[in-house]
Design a protein around this ligand. Structure first.
Ligand code: HEC
Ligand code: HEC
Ligand code: HEC
Ligand code: HEC
Length: 489
């Protein structure tokens, strides 16, 4: 009896959900049916542990071809896939100051196509002989295999990147971000292969054991396009989501759960000596808390629109890149009331405003580091220095979690603005606190300001990206720790 009641309730609930979903789809005009949908299991005849993209080539030539189009390199106003250093004048030239003392001041590039992931991780100067396995987690199709007990199991995370993990992945015939990362090779159903994602969703009480197809169209991306850190014991990749997806909720996590685990910071800042956090590409968190995410629009809706490759058959584009390269298919399915030109202008005006606010937050953050450096050399009270360092850490988190996101504000314009505002406020508080102490100690604040400008100009004037970081400290602003190990390349 009770069983019947429950199944009746479930049927009713499903019907309501289905009607609701249909209404949403009808309202935004998205199409749902197509041939060969991954939601209907098929039998590929491939072994369960297939990890090479090439194994899928003859079965799914159109998706394979589309995937390989991520080789193309072309840019949009702010995004795109041409290899570009983030230190370039038109990007974020202050980063070598803001990440001083850390690998991210050495080399930090804009993202590009999935096919390059393994190549790019191997050659980036941030990877050295001490780097560990975790770094490969969002790049190679071998990772789920390496994590199996019969292979490396939990030792994978902390094993040496160059000596153990990369050779093992190559030996297995891995691909960069491949079919098997998102599809079950035997049935082609969408699947999540990175355990960190499932654990993190669980930590927030979100059940992902029975996801809808629409959720999977986001979850497959959310395995990698997220904020994470390496928990100190096993070096396991962990997403800091227990309190929520917003910048302030993740910050709270770092201040509590992560600190209790012994994870205090990613590095100590070379100028301010502050214990810093480095944020990473939180696309999923940002989209989820923005208008599109809240309306159930998935990553695939905008980044994998249907295309007709051979003139007839519709396939989901596997050429993940900027949707601005194909606004017609990426946006106009839902926004048919606007022309492609209008939509492009909408995006770019959001991005222009965003970039302006980001630059301002970074500028004031730079100043705050130097003010704290002066507090240290002028011998301000230790408690005051620590208080200012705390503000600097917090301020940088609130712009970095936005700067490290790859949509230049589009994924969540309001959320980004709120976070940048908080950042500027914390930086200002640090500067006010420092100024009070420096004035008490008789420090000439005008001279300090002039020295900040001089150091900043020296960084901007350096044309070799690898050397920019070296101009951030000088005799007036001495480094607070020995400089990071030199680049291997
Ligand atoms: C409503 C449409 C939309 C949705 C939904 C969406 N994006 Fe985007 N995404 C964009 C636009 C527009 C840009 C900016 C592209 C540019 O600047 O050229 C972008 C940029 C990006 C970039 C950087 C691309 C580049 O050219 O460097 C990445 C990575 C990305 N999105 C990943 C995701 C992920 C992962 C999700 C889901 C969690 C997602 N996006 C959801 C529209 C969308
Ligand atoms: C980053 C995740 C991801 C990767 C990697 C990936 N796919 Fe997909 N694939 C998807 C998503 C999302 C869909 C849309 C599923 C849906 O809406 O039902 C899809 C759909 C498909 C479909 C169903 C038909 C269609 O076009 O919608 C096939 C077949 C397919 N992919 C083959 C492949 C092959 C072959 C590869 C490797 C070359 C691959 N995929 C790599 C995410 C991925
Ligand atoms: C296994 C991890 C992984 C998965 C799964 C994944 N990505 Fe990525 N993605 C990456 C990495 C790593 C890069 C950067 C590669 C580089 O720069 O070498 C990237 C780059 C991108 C870019 C930038 C491309 C450009 O032209 O600048 C876009 C857009 C993107 N991903 C969207 C998506 C979407 C949408 C999904 C889900 C359908 C997805 N990714 C799934 C790891 C992943
Ligand atoms: C699957 C449907 C869907 C797709 C695809 C989609 N949108 Fe939207 N978009 C929506 C919905 C739903 C809203 C929110 C409803 C509203 O407030 O009007 C929205 C709101 C917006 C807004 C106003 C809110 C904001 O966040 O600023 C802009 C601008 C926008 N979309 C641009 C785009 C662009 C550009 C693309 C392609 C890159 C795109 N959309 C793709 C459904 C979609």
């Amino acid at each position: 009896m009770e069983y019947n009641m429950n199944s009746l309730k479930r049927a009713l609930l499903l019907a309501v959900v289905a009607i609701f979903a249909l209404a949403i789809m009808a309202a935004c005009g998205a199409k749902d049916t197509k041939n060969g949908s991954a939601s209907e299991p098929i039998d590929t005849g491939l072994p369960a542990d297939t990890i090479s993209n090439e194994a899928f080539k003859d079965l799914f030539p159109l998706q394979y071809e589309s995937f390989n189009a991520t080789k193309d390199m072309s840019d949009t106003k702010y995004g795109g896939s041409v290899p570009t250093s983030k230190f370039d004048q038109s990007k974020e030239p202050l980063l070598p100051i803001l990440f001083n003392g850390y690998g991210f001041a050495l080399e930090y590039n804009e993202d590009r196509g999935h096919v390059y992931a393994n190549e790019d991780i191997e050659k980036i100067a941030r990877i050295n002989d001490k780097s560990f396995g975790s770094c490969l987690t969002c790049k190679s199709t071998a990772v789920p295999q390496l994590l199996k007990e019969e292979n490396m199991g939990d030792k994978y995370w902390g094993a040496n990147f160059r000596a153990e993990v990369l050779p093992a992945a190559k030996e297995m015939g891995h691909s960069p971000i491949g079919c098997s990362d998102c599809h079950d090779p035997q049935t082609m159903e969408l699947r999540v292969t990175r355990p960190s994602f499932a654990k993190a969703m669980e930590s927030q009480g979100i059940d992902i054991s029975n996801p809808t197809k629409n959720q999977m169209r986001t979850y497959v991306c959310a395995q990698c396009h997220v904020e994470y850190y390496f928990e100190p014991e096993k070096k396991e990749v962990v997403f800091p989501w227990a309190n929520g997806f917003k910048p302030e909720e993740m910050y709270e996590y770092y201040e509590t759960v992560a600190k209790d685990q012994g994870f205090k910071s990613d590095w100590q800042h070379n100028i301010s000596g502050a214990p810093m956090l480095k944020a990473q590409h939180p696309e999923f968190e940002t989209v989820s808390t923005g208008t599109h995410g809240k309306n159930g629009v998935s990553c695939a809706d905008c980044h994998m629109p249907y295309e007709r490759s051979d003139g007839k058959k519709k396939v989901s584009s596997h050429n993940w890149t900027s949707p601005l390269k194909n606004i017609e298919a990426s946006c106009r399915t839902c926004h048919a009331d606007k022309t492609a030109e209008e939509l492009k202008n909408n995006v770019e005006s959001i991005q222009d405003t965003h970039k302006d606010a980001l630059d301002k937050a970074e500028e004031i953050s730079v100043s705050s580091h130097y003010y704290v450096n002066k507090m240290i050399t002028a011998k301000a009270p230790a408690a005051k220095i620590a208080e200012a360092q705390e503000l600097v850490r917090k301020a940088q988190w609130f712009w970095d979690i936005i700067a490290a996101e790859n949509s230049t504000g589009f994924h969540n314009p309001q959320g980004a603005m709120d976070s940048l505002k908080m950042s500027s406020e914390y930086s200002s508080e640090a500067i006010i606190l420092a100024t009070e102490e420096l004035v008490k100690l008789g420090v000439n604040v005008d001279e300090l300001k002039a020295e900040i400008e001089k150091a900043t100009k020296a960084v901007l004037a350096e044309t070799d990206n690898f050397k920019k970081k070296d101009h951030a400290t000088n005799t007036f602003f001495p480094a607070q720790q020995p400089p990071a190990a030199p680049a291997k390349k």
